[in-house]
Structure formats: structure tokens, C-alpha cells
Design a protein around this ligand. Sequence first.
Ligand SMILES: NC(=O)c1ccc[n+]([C@@H]2O[C@H](COP(=O)([O-])OP(=O)(O)OC[C@H]3O[C@@H](n4cnc5c(N)ncnc54)[C@H](OP(=O)(O)O)[C@@H]3O)[C@@H](O)[C@H]2O)c1
Length: 247
Amino acid sequence: MILVLGGTAEARALAALLVDDGLVVVSSLAGRVTRPRLPVGEVRVGGFGGVDGLSAYLQANSVMAVVDATHPFAARISANAVAACSRTGVPLLRLARPGWESDPDADHWHWVATNEEAAVLTAALGVRPFLTVGRQGLAAYAGPLAEHEALVRVVDPPEIALPSWWTLLTERGPYDLEGERARMEGHRADVLVTKDSGGRWTYPKLAAAGALGLAVVVVRRPPSPAWVSVVERPGDAAAWVRATAAG
Ligand SMILES: NC(=O)c1ccc[n+]([C@@H]2O[C@H](COP(=O)([O-])OP(=O)(O)OC[C@H]3O[C@@H](n4cnc5c(N)ncnc54)[C@H](OP(=O)(O)O)[C@@H]3O)[C@@H](O)[C@H]2O)c1
């Protein structure tokens, strides 16, 4: 059995390729999103219980290979995968879409290491920020942007209380340039805040911010363990799985 740690469009694309190849694939989701987009093949939902739980799962299910196709900002599960695969000897590949640092406009963006840093900088850069940093990172912004008119976009409502004068949008991409432009104009946004998630699905916000002259704050990705092999495309991950399964 092949285990795909998922929760991304790339993980769903990989699962489809592997199922087409006739391989037994189980995609694992954390269970954070209320109505997740489901991949083809088998799906399991919920945490494994840390490195020990994941190691036990790999052994109990005779997992032949693991592809960590989780989101670039899902650092804990990626670290757990490295530790559990190293402990059990199960081959591991990281599938991660490229980030946006090579974008022609990336030099004009404000790159920061954390949400906390992004929040303080955003407070200084504008008064009507558009926050697209995900539900889990929002707590860092509530204090520094307490006096700001923030527009917040998330897939599921956050668990924390946000200032009542902030506007909350619950929706899920992909987004297009015209829609993003209209969204920013409608809010009269002056700063866009995003994580360096990479990929095309959510990229149009950056193009729209550039066209409208908004300041852009980008939170850098957490570092990934150096010794893991990394590919950027589902097709390359599928080729690695085929070779690993054959060997
Ligand atoms: N972070 C983001 O910005 C983001 C954006 C889009 C999608 N996602 C997806 O949402 C999921 C959770 O992200 P996160 O940032 O909360 O992760 P995280 O901080 O790295 O993980 C926290 C814990 O959630 C469990 N977990 C995470 N991903 C899992 C998976 N695919 N299957 C089973 N358990 C998983 C693990 O619990 P145990 O230790 O108990 O195993 C892990 O220790 C990931 O699957 C990721 O691909 C995340």
C-alpha cells in the first residue's frame, strides 16, 4: 500500500495517477476542513498520534512508500513523516509545489518569517488589509491589526473571535484575476497578506494586488528537512512511486 499524506490539489492529482496505475493508495487527511475535496482511492481521516502513531500505522499496514504531499505550511506532519519513515525504513518522498519567490514581482513584496512579523509590518503598511493566511494563523493578526479594517478570507470559520469590525469571508479557491481584483477594490484594500503557498490556484490575488498597487506581505515557508527528496509535480512523484514499488 502507498500512503499519500494529503490535503492539497497536488495530493489529489497524485492519488488519481496512482489509482490509474492500479496501485493501492490510501490518502490521509487531517480532518481540519468541514467539507474536504476528496481524492480518488481510499481515504483515511484524522491524526496518527505523532511519530509513534504514524510509525505504528506504517508497520501495521505494510506501507511500501510514503509521499508527503501536504501543504508547504503543514510543518508538523512533514517532520513526523521524516521521523517515522526514518525509524521504520519506509521510503519517503516530499511532493511540494514551488513557491512564489521566483515570481517577477517577488522583489517588490515584503518577505517575513512568521505571521507575527507579518502582522506588525502590515499594521505599519496600511489600514485596510486583506488577510489570506489561513484560519490557523489568524490569532497573530488580531492584536496588531485591532484598529484596522481587515478583510479575512478562510475556508472554514476561525475558532478565535475576530474584531467585530473585520469582515469575514468563507470561501475556497481557485480564484480568478477579475474576481480577486473586484474583491480588493470592493474592500478598498491597501495591503495583501499571504503565505508563500505557491501554485496557480490562489496566485491571482498576487497579480491583482500588483495591478492595483497594493503592498504585499508574504510569509516565507517553514524550512523542510534537508535530506528528504523533493519533487514539485504529481507526475514526478508517481514515477518515483512506480520505481519504488517495482524495486
Ligand atoms: N497549513 C496550511 O496552510 C494548509 C493549507 C491547506 C491545506 N492544509 C492541509 O491541512 C492539513 C493540516 O495542516 P496543518 O497545517 O494543521 O498541519 P500540521 O500542523 O503539520 O499538523 C498538525 C497535526 O495534524 C495531523 N495531520 C496533519 N496533516 C495530516 C494528514 N494529511 N493526515 C493525517 N494527519 C495529519 C498530525 O497529527 P498527528 O501528530 O496526530 O498525526 C499533525 O501532527 C494537512 O493535511 C495540509 O496538507 C494545510
